[in-house]
Design a protein around this ligand. Sequence first.
Ligand SMILES: [Zn+2]
Length: 240
Amino acid sequence: MLKTIEGVVVSTTPFSENSKIINILTKDGIISVMSKGSKKVNSPLRIISNKLTYGEYTIYYNKDKLSTLKEGSVINEFKHIHSELSLISYFTYITELSSQVMKENTFEEIYNLYIKTILKIENGFNPIVMMNILEIKLLDYLGVTLSLNGCAKCGSDKDIITIDPDAGGYLCKNCYTNEVIYDEKVRKMLRMYYLVDIDSIKELKITDYVIDAINHFMTVYYDRYTGIYTHSKKFLNEKY
Ligand SMILES: [Zn+2]
């Protein structure tokens, strides 16, 4: 049966001298497809079978066995992302993260959030901010949503003074012991990240210290609560 799918090649596995299996992240999860002869220089399948290609793929779909790629076309070349090594690193991490979350749940919303995030980075939006927005939204699917409406310990919405990765959200004055203080600007922006519709983002006016504080918070929280480990995030943190 012929089937057309849209997605991003998240990994490839060599198969014989000239072929490889490509694993495509789609709205229905990861689909593995045999791309015959795609390692040959003149193969029409060569470009679209490269890792991190965002394309439309027509496949001979086989429910129980490996599907085979017939043809494909690139949807977006991500020229801006591919012009900067650091942006490729963010793209790699975001792809790895989304793939891992999709392994547990094949929700179309996760795929849509992932693509929207990548498109914003391609359009020049700050990759750290976009990465953190995606990370905070994915927490819902990982079952570890932050408590951002009231104190994570007592539930009170009065006298909130910080947000704490160990507590899992806001902390009020009464429950505070000696946690790091994230001021109101940081807390408001973090909540905005969670609530914002990615499509509606037209510009980002966020000071560097707020960006850094949120990124630090998200890194600690992910390490502690999500059980997600990606090689690419480790690399990002070492390098930037
Ligand atoms: Zn409290």
